[in-house]
Design a protein around this ligand. Structure first.
Ligand SMILES: CC(C)(COP(=O)(O)OP(=O)(O)OC[C@H]1O[C@@H](n2cnc3c(N)ncnc32)[C@H](O)[C@@H]1OP(=O)(O)O)[C@@H](O)C(=O)NCCC(=O)NCCS
Length: 164
């Protein structure tokens, strides 16, 4: 298993993993999967604290973790929103990928990471708490997918080597 920066050739693999969650899960509130071109563009436009990492097994993408724009207004530029999606769950891969992403972020100059978790998602809550994210609030019944309302809890974590 290799964890590395995504390359243009990984776009289709990333797209497939995200599309599976769009179609069958509620960890994302997207209802239509973006095309591979969307991910290719993200690879091409990465900069600063905007990372896109993949886990690859024998060349096949089996998971990815990303950090990107939290809100488009410029005062939010020092904050990144993080997310992670896997093909195989419960094997420690999420922990390995998030460790790599947060390592990059702690070495950079972004100030804060934010992750919004649609509930229930025990694995994601556990993962984020393990890496020092703390819950800062819940929006109740803020999204509806497949006919069910979901709460979203906002988790945040300071970034940098000097963080508390
Ligand atoms: C959330 C996700 C990335 C976690 O990755 P993973 O490889 O399954 O998790 P890991 O095996 O690394 O386990 C991480 C922690 O969660 C716990 N965990 C894993 N699956 C769990 C489950 N189904 N229920 C409760 N806890 C669980 C593990 O015990 C571990 O806890 P520890 O740190 O105390 O040992 C993965 O399950 C996933 O892709 N889920 C679907 C997409 C998603 O929810 N993304 C997050 C959006 S906010």
């Amino acid at each position: 298993m290799e964890i590395r920066d995504a390359a243009a050739a990984d776009a289709a693999g990333i797209a497939a993993i995200y599309a599976a969650e769009v179609r069958t899960g509620y960890a994302t509130f997207d209802l239509e999967p973006p095309p591979a071109a969307h991910w290719a563009e993200l690879v091409a436009t990465r900069h600063g604290a905007h990372h896109l990492l993949v886990a690859a097994d024998g060349g096949a993408v089996v998971g990815y973790a990303k950090s990107g724009t939290f809100r488009p207004r410029p005062a939010y530029d020092t904050t990144v929103e993080t997310s992670i999606y896997l093909q195989r769950r419960g094997t420690g891969l999420g922990t390995a990928l998030y460790a790599a992403l947060l390592d990059r972020l702690d070495d950079g100059d972004a100030h804060l990471a934010v992750a919004n978790i649609a509930l229930p998602n025990d694995a994601s809550v556990r993962l984020h708490e393990r890496f020092g994210f703390t819950a800062s609030g819940t929006l109740h019944e803020v999204g509806r997918k497949f006919g069910t309302w979901h709460d979203v809890v906002c988790y945040q974590r300071p970034l940098g080597r000097g963080r508390p």
